[in-house]
Design a protein around this ligand. Structure first.
Ligand code: ATP
Ligand code: MG
Length: 401
């Protein structure tokens, strides 16, 4: 019986020099958190790879999938550990090939130390010949039905035939914090995921239409939060009941500009929360021209309400591309449930599609913005998620939900 491990590979890009150790440590902490409950062992580091011992074979698939969802990982393999001994490597390879899909196979060996006396090519030939003899299967290097990979490193060898492509990107916690505006719609969860994948800790804020709507949109945002949590990258979700403030805007402002004024107030509230959280940017799910409020003119008019950079990771994506990504992420089903959020409240019949900045500025002058932002923060609640890289703001922020 060989020991079984999840063998984790990560990209080396950007890993040179001083960043490397902190990148690996971060990834290791994220892995420990993600794997808790699926294995009882801690993550270990071996030459340019991390490994998570599989202590419960019945949960191995869940473990591999969980790992594959973590930003910063390029692939994860279901591997057997052997000594640096050709006989052991062959017997592990045989065990794996017997369980692998039928048909021709290939062997793909690598050694990271040249102190192992057998070259990669020789290993391919030797192990291949052994497997042909024992199984009667043939070798096909261009179209194999199964591949047996062998990695010989310092101290041991890893043999596997099953490898999951992972999320790629950078480990959460290596790129600072962002404040994401999270509706319960299709786009913004994908936008939040994309910044998380590039190493940012995400703190989210959802604006509900309460008290003029129920709390369904807030609950859906919470469900989306639990999907994002699987990637160890969502620290906290704030929920701001926004209905009263929208009503106030709708009573005093030109109808055509209302939507933009709601949006600007959302950005101001998000930015204030972001400052408290120590975030360095805001994130939205806007995509150029997707809907009337997302013309370049309207984006520009809303953008001015923020002093932090507003990241729009989806700006160049088509709706069908976003939907495909939302399906892979696992948020599409949740986002597709019909719900009222603040976007459906107090909507004008004819929203302006190409707003002039001066008009929006002028309409906003009539509002007591400072008080409105303070009121929004006052009524906000929050829920924390499992995210090892997240540090809550000093003083704790608003009331917990
Ligand atoms: P989404 O699918 O993300 O809701 P959308 O296509 O509905 O986007 P808009 O309604 O114009 O587009 O919203 C643009 C962006 O503004 C959203 O992607 C999100 O980042 C933010 N936003 C909109 N509504 C809310 C809300 N209720 N709470 C938090 N953020 C919101
Ligand atoms: Mg929406």
């Amino acid at each position: 019986m060989f020991e079984r491990v999840a063998l984790v590979h990560y990209h080396e890009i950007g890993l040179k020099g001083r960043n490397r150790a902190s990148f690996e440590n971060r990834l290791r902490l994220n892995l420990d958190s993600a794997c808790a409950g699926l294995t009882t062992a801690r993550t270990e580091r071996i030459s340019s790879r991390l490994l998570v011992p599989v202590t419960d074979g019945s949960r191995a698939d869940a473990l591999l999938e969980r790992i594959a969802g973590l930003p910063g990982i390029s692939s994860v393999a279901d591997a057997l550990v052997t000594a640096r001994d050709l006989g052991e490597i062959e017997s592990a390879a045989l065990q794996l090939l017997v369980e692998a899909p039928e048909g021709p196979f290939a062997v793909d060996a690598r050694r990271s130390n040249t102190d192992f006396p057998v070259s990669s090519h020789e290993m391919n030939v030797e192990v291949g010949r052994f497997l042909v003899e024992r199984t009667g299967r043939r070798v096909d290097l261009s179209h194999p039905a199964a591949t047996v990979w062998i990695e010989v490193v310092q101290g041991s060898a890893y043999v596997y035939s099953r490898r999951l492509q992972a999320a790629g990107g950078l480990p959460v916690g290596t790129a600072g914090k962002v404040m994401a505006l999270l509706s319960a719609g299709i786009d913004s969860p994908v936008a939040a995921w994309r910044t998380m994948k590039r190493g940012a800790v995400v703190v989210a804020v959802h604006f509900s239409g309460q008290p003029f709507t129920g709390d369904l949109s807030a609950r859906l945002a919470g469900e989306i939060g639990h999907v994002l949590e699987r990637h160890e990258g969502l620290g906290r979700l704030y929920v701001v009941p926004f209905g009263e403030l929208q009503r106030e805007i709708s009573l005093t402002s030109p109808p055509g500009l209302r939507v933009l004024l709601y949006r600007r107030l959302m950005l101001r509230v998000a930015e204030e929360l972001g400052v408290r959280e120590g975030a360095h940017a805001l994130v939205t799910g806007e995509s150029l021209g997707q809907v009337a409020s997302q013309t370049l003119e309207n984006i520009a008019a809303v953008d001015r309400a923020a002093t932090m950079p507003v990241l729009r990771p989806l700006v160049g994506m088509d709706k069908n591309e976003i939907i495909a990504e939302a399906r892979r992420l696992g948020t599409f089903e949740i986002s597709s449930q019909s719900h009222e959020d603040c976007c459906t409240l107090f909507m004008p019949r004819m929203p302006v599609t190409r707003a002039k900045v001066a008009d929006v500025d002028e309409a906003e002058d009539a509002l007591d913005l400072r008080r409105m932002v303070a009121e929004a923060l006052e009524v906000s609640t929050h829920e924390d998620f499992r995210c090892p890289a997240y540090r809550p703001p000093r003083g704790g922020g608003s009331a917990a939900a």
